[in-house]
Design a protein around this ligand. Structure first.
Ligand code: FAD
Length: 376
């Protein structure tokens, strides 16, 4: 139910509990904006990237060795056993770690500024000059500004496994490998891991061909391109480049993924007809399954212009991350600028989240100044 008591005091609503939502919430707390942060539920979380990016190692500053080095310095002389344990500890920084750390800092350092809600938003509506947010069939919160940070989901290759005389088609057999990062999704974040390994790229579009070429060019890794039963659309020039670089294209549906240690080791794939493709790493490059903007569709927000179905088109934003609907911002993987894409990266999500919150804050302060001077 709409809580009238806190209602008039809400200055910002953030929807999404991934990197972009967390960066926006931390900034909102630091700017002392009274904020409702809606993180989603188990279902939305499962479909988000925040849930399965386990090892961020492409950013300056985000690296366990920074803290490890400092801890070791303070331990080594008097606590050799503890020092050895820290030295040998396997530490990875995941997106969940970053989000949890932001949540802890908000609660500890900015008590009362941000109220967390672990539910799924059904719809965002215009409510006069305000925006209202519906959860579980009722309007729950109303505010002058909403930041949408609900992310995207990747399209996954289907594995058609034979069980007796039945064929079972599913994507879940791949999840353990994605969780252990032997199945990869982001060439910019994880491409460097392919050096010295055998690699499969799974996809049939121009981007799959480009990723295959890039891995050969940058990392000199042998690549097999698996179309997973789809018709290639990468064009004749890329086809010639693939051949020139020794990339073998293997058509046919995937019928098995092979590995061990709960996905930590990948042995390869089996394609229709029984051929085994032995590789140590694989990249899924099949495009997006969905950009999660359905909850703002009723507002008529502008989406990127292309031939893709509506659910695969990014939300268009300006330099401050504001959409075509005043007061509605969008940040993170779901966004793009009109004339250029926005990188799907932790640091860009953070940068544009900060821009959005600072714009909301600037607007609030302008309103206060006008009131102060009796200009309204
Ligand atoms: C395998 C992989 C590895 C990567 N590695 C790196 C890396 O090393 N370095 C790097 O910089 N980037 C990396 N990236 C990219 C980076 O992880 C993403 O850019 C970032 O996580 C996107 O964050 P986001 O907040 O936009 O979306 P998400 O993390 O997808 O978060 C979306 C959030 O919205 C919530 N939500 C969805 N719908 C609703 C709803 N209706 N109501 C309420 N909440 C909702 C979900 O619960 C979730 O909390 C990687 C990406 C992948 C896929």
């Amino acid at each position: 139910m709409l809580d009238r008591d806190i209602q008039g005091r809400i200055e910002l609503i953030i929807i999404g509990g991934g990197i972009a939502g967390a960066a926006a919430a931390l900034r909102a707390a630091q700017n002392h904006l009274r904020t409702i942060w809606i993180l989603g539920d188990a279902g939305t979380r499962k479909a988000s990237r925040a849930a399965y990016v386990r090892n961020i190692d492409n950013m300056i500053g985000v690296h366990p060795d920074i803290v490890r080095g400092k801890v070791l310095k303070s331990l080594s002389r008097d606590h050799p056993v503890a020092a050895r344990m820290v030295e040998e500890a396997h530490m990875h920084i995941s997106t969940s770690d970053l989000v949890e750390n932001a949540r802890e800092r908000i609660v500890r350092d900015f008590a009362g500024m941000v109220t967390e809600v672990a539910e799924r938003v059904i719809q965002v509506r215009q409510d006069g000059a305000l925006l209202s947010v519906e959860i579980a069939g009722e309007t729950r919160y109303v505010a002058p500004a909403v930041i949408l940070a609900t992310g995207v989901s990747d399209r996954q290759p289907v594995v058609h496994r034979q069980k007796g005389d039945r064929t079972l088609a599913g994507i879940h057999w791949l999840f353990p490998f994605a969780n252990q990062e032997t199945l990869l999704y982001c060439i910019r974040c994880e491409g460097h891991m392919t050096h010295g390994r055998t690699v499969a790229v799974i996809g049939a579009g121009a981007t799959a061909a480009e990723v295959s070429l890039m891995i050969c060019e940058r990392y000199d890794a042998p690549v097999t391109l698996l179309t997973a039963g789809e018709e290639p659309t990468w064009g004749e020039r890329r086809q010639r480049l693939l051949a020139a670089m020794g990339v073998e294209v293997v058509a046919g549906r995937l019928v098995d993924v092979r590995g061990q240690d709960k996905g930590a080791t990948l042995h390869g794939f089996t394609v229709e007809g029984g051929r085994n493709i032995d590789v140590e790493l694989a990249f899924v490059v099949m495009g997006l399954y969905r950009v999660a903007h359905r909850i703002v569709q009723g507002l008529g927000v502008d989406l990127e212009e292309n031939d893709l179905p509506e659910e695969e088109r990014h939300v268009l934003v300006d330099a401050d991350s504001e959409t075509s609907v005043g007061g509605l911002f969008a940040v993170g993987d779901m966004t793009r600028h009109r004339h250029r894409p926005i990188m799907k990266q932790v640091y860009t999500a953070q940068e544009y989240a900060v821009r959005a919150v600072d714009k909301v804050d600037a607007h609030r302060r302008q309103v206060q100044r006008r009131r102060l001077l009796g200009e309204d």
